[in-house]
Ligand binder design. Structure first.
Ligand code: HEC
Ligand code: HEC
Ligand code: HEC
Ligand code: HEC
Ligand code: HEC
Length: 259
């Protein structure tokens, strides 16, 4: 008695969804909820996969002129006047992915910053009353940004003040110290360590650019503290809680994981 019934159920179970699944969901909602936006898929996604739908991220350009006629080239922000800033104004994404400096020193991918975001957690439009814990933004972890946009931590470097003011005491050259201190650096999949060192031989601008020169934050990033050849045995107090390695997701595809 039991067997025929479960058989019938089984048949229903298998046949019914098959008929539905044969047609791939498509359209705006399906794309918006595409599992590639969520963990674990997003961690493995290639830029090409994202760009198949989001080509605008690379293609979009800022206006050359505002509707009132103010030219973009006349309205440079302070950080756009630094010696490393090249070419006309570009979008945020292009400055991190395709402009000269980005390509030379960095190898950022979509998922270096985008680790998944859930539309359900975002503030809906029109706004709703009551629930106040919605994210207003597209949830990129600001710690990722802080790594390259934090303050120059002059105190732990035993300097009297910021690099801007006191760099000249060190010939405006980070390598005066960093040719022998903390030399195990940048072994992560979103940077190009050799190119960074080569660039720094001529000028500290490149180094400072990611370590204080474009600081959008009032705090410094607590970097991992990798062992380096000849490091002193005694650990400074501030370094007690520092990890000895970069975050695991950053060394996929580098030699560091093997070490
Ligand atoms: C099948 C097409 C498709 C693919 C592939 C895709 N997206 Fe999307 N994505 C969409 C659509 C559609 C939306 C909703 C856009 C809107 O509402 O303006 C969206 C929204 C987003 C948003 C804004 C999310 C929000 O919460 O408002 C981000 C960020 C995003 N995608 C990043 C990515 C990244 C990174 C990848 C690759 C890992 C990716 N997308 C792959 C179609 C896609
Ligand atoms: C340097 C970090 C970073 C990288 C690399 C990056 N994004 Fe973003 N992305 C952001 C931030 C930050 C936002 C804006 C979030 C907000 O509005 O709050 C954003 C917004 C978006 C949005 C929402 C629409 C928009 O224009 O604001 C999409 C879609 C998106 N990114 C896709 C991508 C894709 C595809 C790639 C790879 C080709 C990529 N991003 C690479 C940080 C990044
Ligand atoms: C790996 C280092 C790195 C990371 C991570 C990074 N940035 Fe940047 N960012 C840079 C560099 C380098 C530039 C300067 C590019 C140039 O001048 O061509 C820059 C430029 C910018 C600019 C100025 C863009 C312009 O056109 O004027 C903004 C704003 C910015 N970053 C915000 C962010 C935010 C927000 C995040 C996190 C989502 C982030 N950055 C993550 C390295 C980084
Ligand atoms: C006077 C020597 C000196 C100069 C010049 C110098 N640094 Fe440092 N730096 C240090 C010392 C000392 C430390 C801490 C070493 C340790 O971990 O014990 C350090 C640590 C760092 C760290 C790691 C901070 C952390 O929180 O772990 C960064 C990043 C850094 N320096 C960047 C730079 C950059 C970029 C320049 C040039 C713009 C520069 N330094 C110039 C001495 C110097
Ligand atoms: C394109 C941005 C960028 C540039 C240019 C850059 N750095 Fe960094 N630096 C980073 C990031 C991001 C990290 C953290 C990486 C990680 O997670 O291990 C870092 C880490 C460090 C550390 C900590 C090392 C450790 O123990 O792990 C030191 C010291 C440092 N940088 C010094 C320098 C010096 C000196 C230069 C110039 C030769 C320089 N940086 C140029 C982005 C940059």
């Amino acid at each position: 008695m039991k067997t025929p019934i479960s058989c019938a159920w089984l048949t229903l179970f298998f046949l019914f969804p098959l008929g539905v699944a044969a047609e791939q969901p498509s359209g705006y909602d399906a794309a918006r909820w595409d599992p590639i936006h969520f963990q674990p898929q997003i961690a493995e996604a290639s830029d090409e996969q994202c760009l198949a739908c989001h080509a605008e991220i690379i293609e979009r350009r800022p206006l050359r002129e505002s509707p009132a006629g103010v030219k973009a080239s006349d309205t440079l922000a302070w950080y756009q006047t630094t010696p490393t800033y090249e070419g006309p104004q570009e979008t945020f994404h292009r400055r991190h992915l395709v402009t000269d400096l980005a390509q030379e020193l960095m190898d950022l991918r979509c998922n270096t910053c985008h680790q998944g975001s859930d539309p359900r957690e975002e503030a809906p439009y029109p706004p709703v009353r009551g629930k106040t814990d919605f994210a207003l933004r597209k949830s990129v972890n600001p710690d990722t940004c802080l790594m390259c946009h934090g303050q120059f931590d002059y105190k732990i470097m035993n300097m009297p003040g910021d690099w801007n003011e006191f760099g000249h005491m060190f010939q405006d050259n980070c390598l005066i110290c960093h040719a022998s201190i903390r030399t195990t650096r940048h072994q992560v999949n979103f940077l190009k360590p050799e190119a960074i060192e080569a660039e720094a031989k001529d000028s500290a601008e490149a180094c400072y650019g990611c370590h204080g020169g474009r600081s959008w934050y009032r705090i410094a990033y607590p970097y991992p503290r990798h062992d380096w050849p000849g490091m002193p045995k005694a650990k400074p107090e501030w370094a007690e809680d520092r990890p000895k390695q970069s975050a695991a997701r950053f060394f996929e595809g580098t030699d560091t994981a093997a070490k």
